[in-house]
Write a protein that binds this ligand. Structure first.
Ligand code: NAP
Ligand code: HSE
Length: 376
């Protein structure tokens, strides 16, 4: 690498456009924090003729993402396309060619993370994905660094802003379809919003967090999930009358054989942190053997908050390039998980709303003894 790092940005939509704008217009500050100069070698998009924001005028757009990844002057590839089609092929191609990768793509990591980590490690480059779980909340670093000396017992949270936005809008009287359209207009929803409302997006984030927290090679398809599309306005109103809100909760606990894990709409007491969000805000509770319970809240969706996490990963990756030792973060091997059992199956239900489990934080403390065995 010469003394200027080359960056390739793949995707310039809700997230990518915010990343591009900051890379192009806040270069001095970002270079100062990175300790290295950089050039944006290209921004790959699907439609190079599409009108873009004014502040991206003159940006180096290209439709040829493969050629951009193959450009020998590129050291770091930032993937903001989404999905596991071309994004997967491009990320594999980049890692294989010795480029470090930053991605916001939870589906990619949740489904192919164990393999991609191994590929990154074999090439001595880093694969970073802070934005992929809970947007601006630095939960990936927290699990991977700050709590690396502890043993994570369990974690749970509200991790999908689209579902929270829909459920809270319905609490205020909106119809499901209008609430979904509003979440899409705000840039919270996935390109195919069924990924949000069917619970797939939250399951992806849960799989990704299980990989980090428990060191297990759990991929998203192994996690049971149910979504919010069947929840009626009557149920929402009844829950409110009883002092609850219905929220899509993703929960996991370590067991000696693997993990309990599930995504489902549950009843959360109205004053609980999981019930406070009205849209993009996520809330996650992590229970560690020695640290005890920790709660993280913040913006989990939306272009600017997600770009904040992507930019943080870019600066870290640039620092690694500067030192000629790009730390292969998240590259340690994962253990196989023999058993992934549902989390909510045996939990108490409210007699008036028996479809929904009742959330209680002590559910995360109960598995401590199981987890102690798992880590012993
Ligand atoms: P988006 O608005 O749909 O943008 C996707 C971008 O990818 C578009 O610029 C599109 O080009 C480009 N693209 C699609 N196929 C391509 C291809 N084959 N080659 C090159 N470019 C291609 O998506 P987004 O909301 O920014 O999400 C991007 C990623 O961030 C996803 O993995 C998502 O899950 C993740 N994420 C999103 C949020 C959020 O709040 N939105 C939060 C956290 C993580 P055109 O512009 O030409 O169509
Ligand atoms: N579609 C996701 C959500 C984006 O609504 O939370 C953030 O990952």
């Amino acid at each position: 690498m010469d003394c200027t790092a080359g960056i390739a940005l793949l995707g310039c939509g809700t997230v990518g456009a915010n990343v591009a704008r900051r890379l192009l217009h806040e270069r001095d500050a970002l270079e100062r924090r990175s300790g290295i100069r950089y050039d944006v070698r290209g921004i790959a998009v699907r439609d190079a003729e599409k009108p873009r924001r004014d502040d991206l005028g003159g940006a180096p757009f290209t439709r040829d993402a493969r050629a951009l990844v193959d450009d020998a002057r590129v050291d770091l590839v930032v993937e903001c396309i989404g999905g596991t089609g071309e994004a997967l092929e491009l990320v594999e191609r980049a890692l294989d060619r010795g480029r470090s990768v930053v991605t916001a793509n939870k589906d990619l990591i949740a489904t192919h993370g164990p393999r991609l980590r191994a590929l990154a490690a074999s090439r001595g480059v880093s694969l970073r994905y802070e934005a992929a779980a809970c947007g601006a909340i630095p939960i990936v670093r927290m699990l991977d660094d700050a709590l690396a000396g502890d043993a994570i017992v369990a974690l749970a949270g509200v991790m999908n802003g689209t579902c929270t936005a829909i459920l809270s809008a319905m609490e205020a009287g909106a119809d499901y379809a209008d609430a979904l359209a509003h979440a899409q207009a705000c840039g919270y929803a996935e390109a195919d919003p069924s990924a949000d409302v069917d619970g797939d997006d939250a399951a992806h984030k849960l799989a990704l967090l299980i990989q980090l927290a428990f060191g297990l090679a759990v991929i998203s398809p192994r996690i049971r999930r149910s979504g919010i599309a069947q929840i009626t306005k009557r149920e929402i109103a009844r829950a409110q009358m009883l002092g609850y809100r219905i929220r899509l909760v993703a929960a996991a606990a370590r067991t000696p054989q693997g993990a309990l894990a599930e995504v489902a709409p549950v009843l959360v007491r109205a004053d609980h942190p999981f019930a406070q969000g009205r849209g993009p805000e996520n809330a996650v509770r992590v229970v560690a053997r020695d640290a005890g319970g920790l709660v993280f809240t913040g913006n989990g969706a939306g272009g600017a908050p997600t770009a904040s996490a992507v930019l943080g990963d870019i600066v870290t990756a640039l620092r690694g390039l500067r030192e000629h030792r790009d730390l292969a973060a998240h590259a340690l091997p994962l253990d196989a998980a023999l058993e992934i059992a549902p989390f909510f199956a045996e939990l108490p239900r409210h007699s008036e709303l028996p479809r929904y489990a009742l959330w209680d934080d002590t559910l995360l403390d109960a598995p401590v003894s199981l987890a102690s065995q798992a880590y012993s």
